[in-house]
Design a protein around this ligand. Structure first.
Ligand SMILES: Cc1cc2nc3c(=O)[nH]c(=O)nc-3n(C[C@H](O)[C@H](O)[C@H](O)COP(=O)(O)O)c2cc1C
Length: 246
């Protein structure tokens, strides 16, 4: 991890985030990701070593604990803070929950309200609307909210939330064409960042999840074509045929 951290630092990122939250079997089952929740001394040793190895801020993301009987996050947060991390993101689920059930924000709130904690606490899990996001800030006092799945195919959720937090009012509905342009840009960015094949593969999941296409009559065939397209050009040609629901 120290060696990897030094390589990462050479790319000059703003921060280095250690992922102690990944629940998938091939990761957590090997003791990595959320698997580290079963070996706290090692998690702390790694965190301390990484913090000491680089000059950039090191942050950590993790879950409430390994399972329902081991929701250790309140103590763990203090221990991680003592390692010198700059901020902590907490996904309000255990490893055993994977992505099932509901995220439990009460423990995230407990961490934030622990008077011994002074680093920023970022809450995460099941935030799918501007209203819910505001509620999380108000009720649990977190310094920031992290949004994952709700942004799939809906990257404008951040714009919607920003507007709601700033004005207390919902952003007027965004036009279909504007949203399509955002999705096009997402495809272009993804292809530029990866390459055409991997970029297209990456955005498929986002297109499949996009609420923009929900309720369009007879969309099934277009959807299948969209998820099969292999080039940016093919995908954009299909985009041209899509008309918004009325
Ligand atoms: C497909 C997928 C990939 C993810 N990859 C990462 C990752 O690389 N690093 C990470 O910290 N979290 C990752 N997560 C977890 C999310 O960041 C987030 O903690 C989780 O989805 C809960 O938040 P949400 O309810 O807003 O989605 C991933 C989640 C999904 C569904």
């Amino acid at each position: 991890m120290v060696e990897a951290a030094k390589i990462v630092e050479q790319a000059q990122p703003d921060i280095l985030d250690i992922n102690f939250g990944c629940p998938v079997k091939r990761v957590a089952g090997k003791g990595a990701g959320a698997g580290m929740l079963q070996n706290i001394p090692k998690m702390l040793e790694i965190t301390r070593a990484v913090v000491d190895a680089v000059k950039i801020p090191v942050t950590v993301k993790t879950r409430l604990g390994w399972d329902a009987d081991n929701k250790i996050i309140v103590d763990l947060a203090e221990q991680l803070q003592d390692c010198g991390i700059a901020a902590l993101t907490i996904h309000g689920r255990t490893r055993a929950q994977m992505y099932t059930g509901e995220a439990d924000w009460t423990l995230i709130g407990e961490v934030k309200n622990n008077p011994r904690m002074h680093i920023p606490i970022i809450g995460n899990g099941d935030v799918t609307s501007a209203q819910r996001c505001k509620e999380c800030f108000d009720r649990y006092g977190v310094d920031a909210v992290m949004i994952g799945r709700a942004s799939f195919g809906r990257p404008w959720i951040f714009k919607e939330i920003k507007h709601f937090l700033e004005t207390g009012e919902e952003l007027p509905p965004l036009s279909f064409d504007w949203c399509m342009d955002v999705l096009r840009q997402e495809v272009v960015d993804s292809v530029n960042l990866l390459d055409e094949r991997r970029g297209i593969l990456h955005v498929r999941r986002h297109l499949a999840a996009s609420p923009l296409f929900k309720g369009i009559p007879n969309f099934k065939e277009t959807r299948i074509a969209m998820l099969r397209a292999e080039t940016q050009e093919e995908l954009f040609r299909i985009f041209e045929t899509i008309t918004p629901r009325v």
